[in-house]
Design a protein around this ligand. Sequence first.
Ligand SMILES: C[S@@+](CC[C@H](N)C(=O)[O-])C[C@H]1O[C@@H](n2cnc3c(N)ncnc32)[C@H](O)[C@@H]1O
Length: 322
Amino acid sequence: MSLAQRKKSGRYYTGKSEEVLKTKPFHKLQGKVNLIFTSPPFPLNNKKSYGNMIGKEYQDWFTSLAPLFAEMIADDGSIVIELGNSWESSRPVQSLLPLKCLLDFVSQENTGLRLIQEFVCYNPSRLPSPAAWVTVNRIRTVDSYTRLWWIAKSDFPKADNSRVLRPYSKHMKRLLSTGKYNGGKRPSEHNIGQKSFLKNCGGSISHNLFELENIDPDRDVRLPTNAFSLSNSNSNDFYSKTCKERGIIPHPARMPIGLAKFFIEFLTEPEDIVLDPFAGSNITGFSAALLNRKWFAIDAEEKYVEHSKIRFEDPVLKQVKL
Ligand SMILES: C[S@@+](CC[C@H](N)C(=O)[O-])C[C@H]1O[C@@H](n2cnc3c(N)ncnc32)[C@H](O)[C@@H]1O
């Protein structure tokens, strides 16, 4: 384990999380982390450049993280884990592994963990996969989303959805300006009062579905104010441009910044602590710094520290008190 990057806002350690989290610097953090936000390696059949376990080996490894994560978070802290789907090797059958991982993770004795809410992150630009069944045999549809599990030790982890509002729809803006609303009973049996929706709250409440890109260019995108399109940001941001200039291959599985910002704003306050145990290019630490939170990052691969350093050269951080 080594401390590879130190900033005023946070620290990046290299080593395997399951080992690093048991070392002294992390003992001191136990019970103090407000949010673990992470995208662990997925259980893929085709190995990515940073390696992936599969099957029962993956499930056991994933489950072994539950007590480690549980002791790091504060009593009202949260764990948010992003995981994609996986497929049975050489079969057009979706694997139950991610679901088994979730069930095992929240069932670990003495951790007190529970699933608070599931989120889905839909990416319309996802390349057709699993290719053998989608593009060659044409018998399955494109697997186009990842899921994020929000897990906590209490039924009431710190959260405030008024910090992550979506812009109002055109219809809602019109309604607010005319002040007229068609109240009454809906077919769903909901009874809507005459003034139920006439208060301007600055935006509407977020949904647990993220759409990373606008499919219809004429349609308004109503992502939360702090989330933005994958294709509009990730490929031409400072990090990607600098990697290109320096001949560095960008991290192969970067998370959209909007996702990290959404959960950091939703579940933490300024000065809170955010930890990413599978940090890669450190989009989590970068987002935390942008939002005036403290961050800790860990990754098994030393090469990704350079990627995190590039993120912290981004001029946008100059405007932030670090
Ligand atoms: C899906 S990527 C995370 C990408 C990151 N969210 C980003 O936006 O750049 C998973 C990361 O976990 C790292 N990793 C794999 N096994 C690990 C382990 N046992 N401990 C720590 N990091 C590990 C990989 O090197 C990889 O960078």
